[in-house]
Design a protein around this ligand. Structure first.
Ligand code: ADP
Ligand code: MG
Length: 242
């Protein structure tokens, strides 16, 4: 039963065309990305893989509108992000995008709850409803019972889940995570992946993450491999096509 007015399931939420990123100028110029074309289907979980230095972080920063490409275009649904002013880009991020990093980036003196609530405040969310949004986000990552704990009282996996709660508290449609499991052992890494899977299934979120762990690649829908700043392959897993 499909509603005709809704976009078809799996329509791209994010699209990149002809992305090139050059750092530096003249003789020092270094091309970190070239000829990047990709689409992220809405409600999918996609891994970007590649050796260290292959351009993963550079590409995530561009797709997450933290950075501008030297050439090419990025669209979030039908809206072109490239060419927007810094203020406009940050407005798009605050509404539509959540960001998670390898080093969790939590504030040590704040509890899990305070970290998430503070994240909402610095993003300019209205105060009314922040408490509920923060608690709901912590519940989503399975940490509501531990929300009064400070980061040092939590395991690495729990800390990363707090960081994920902070990234999703404003209910973004796209979550971008740069090596979110790199600092975790395999059990905690798996818990983070289960949280991601649950966010895709229950909230319809789209998740793009980087990893070089082959075990993690088994758990995503699509894998995009980067090599020396170019796309080497795109693999859609059978599960998605079924
Ligand atoms: N701000 C920058 N200035 C100059 N070179 C950069 C900058 N950021 C990244 N690079 C270079 O671009 C390449 C890709 O880096 P990065 O995207 O961080 O790779 P990855 O995340 O896959 O390890 C590397 O060679 C790196 O040194
Ligand atoms: Mg990186």
């Amino acid at each position: 039963m499909q509603n005709e007015s809704l976009p078809a399931a799996g329509a791209p939420i994010l699209r990149a065309e002809g992305i090139k990123r050059v750092f530096g100028k003249g003789a020092q110029a270094f091309t970190a990305l070239a000829d990047i074309d990709l689409e992220l289907p809405e409600g999918s979980m996609v891994a970007l893989r590649g050796r260290s230095g292959s351009g993963k972080t550079t590409l995530l920063n561009i797709l997450g509108s933290l950075d501008e490409p030297t050439e090419g275009k990025v669209f979030l649904r039908d809206r072109e992000l490239t060419g927007l002013s810094g203020a406009e880009r940050s407005a798009v991020r605050r509404k539509e995008i959540g960001l998670v990093f390898q080093s969790f980036g939590l504030i040590p003196l704040m509890s899990a709850y305070e970290n998430v609530e503070f994240g909402l405040r610095i993003a300019g969310a209205p105060k009314a409803g922040n408490k509920e949004a923060a608690e709901q986000a912590l519940e989503r990552v399975g940490l509501k019972e531990r929300m009064k704990h400070r980061p040092t009282e939590l395991s690495g996996g729990e800390q990363q889940r707090v960081a994920i709660a902070r990234a999703i508290a404003h209910k973004p449609s796209l979550l971008i995570a740069d090596e979110p499991t790199a600092e975790l052992d395999s059990v905690m890494g798996l818990q983070v992946m289960q949280v991601f899977r649950d966010l895709v299934r229950r909230s319809g979120m789209t998740i793009l993450m980087t990893t070089h762990d082959p075990g993690m690649m088994e758990l995503v829908d699509d894998v995009i491999a980067l090599e020396d700043g170019r796309i080497d392959s795109k693999t859609a897993r059978q599960a998605r096509q079924a």
